[in-house]
Design a protein around this ligand. Structure first.
Ligand SMILES: O=C(O)CCC(=O)C(=O)O
Length: 221
């Protein structure tokens, strides 16, 4: 996987696009951040198919949402050393809205993620408020209006992690992460799961229920 990210894939972007950058980065850095985003890492390495079905991981999910668990998506986010991209405050809900609350995202850490690496920061309890209105559009990835939701205005709790740690959070949990200021990669893979009864909003029951999301990931890469 390291080979794919650092040598073969090699194509970096600045990370998520959008006007949110004006609120999170000094002007000189807004277009200079770096990220590698790979949808479906199991297409490149069979190890990731095993991780998706890992008994320990699935057992934790069952404890959270019940015995039946359906996989939804897998995506790798690599924050490059020095100026690895930040992510604005958001919920994951607008990326893949479903008709229920039992959707859990797991952040599997491939590297240590200390505070300085731009570790995940969350607003505890925020999932209980349900989906919030985000700024959306072709020009941006969904983000919460910075006038109300910004790390300077809302207290968030950092969740530093070690390589191998997994953070579980609801797709309605408000979260963000800062720039990676270390000289090491900060890679993590987000895997989303939900109860099989839940359906994506606005999608025909006959369509695969992660189709729109896979398409969007392709467009974002
Ligand atoms: O990995 C991070 O720092 C945050 C990623 C994120 O916001 C997400 O996966 O929704």
């Amino acid at each position: 996987m390291n080979l794919i990210i650092e040598d073969w894939w090699g194509e970096e972007s600045i990370g998520w696009r959008g006007p949110w950058r004006d609120h999170y980065l000094p002007e000189a850095e807004r277009k200079k951040t770096k990220a590698v985003i790979i949808a479906n890492p199991h297409f490149y390495s069979a190890a990731w198919s095993k991780v998706i079905l890992h008994e320990g991981l699935v057992g934790c999910l069952q404890a959270l949402i019940g015995p039946s668990v359906q996989w939804h998506h897998t995506v790798l986010h690599g924050k490059s050393p020095e100026l690895g991209t930040p992510f604005p405050m958001h919920q994951d809900y607008p990326f893949y809205p479903h008709d229920g609350p039992d959707f859990v995202d797991c952040l599997v850490h491939l590297d240590d993620a200390p505070l300085e690496s731009g570790c995940l920061c969350v607003v505890p309890g925020s999932h209980t408020d349900g989906p919030l209105e985000h700024i959306t559009g072709d020009h941006t990835r969904p983000y919460l209006p910075p006038e109300k939701y910004h790390p300077d205005k809302v207290e968030t709790v950092p969740v530093p992690a070690k390589a191998g740690d997994v953070i579980f959070f609801s797709y309605c949990t408000i979260h963000w992460s800062n720039v990676n200021q270390t000289d090491q990669w900060r890679k993590s893979v987000r895997i989303g799961y939900h109860t099989p009864e839940m359906r994506p909003i606005g999608m025909d029951a006959k369509e695969p229920n992660n189709k729109n999301h896979c398409q969007r990931l392709k467009e974002a890469a």
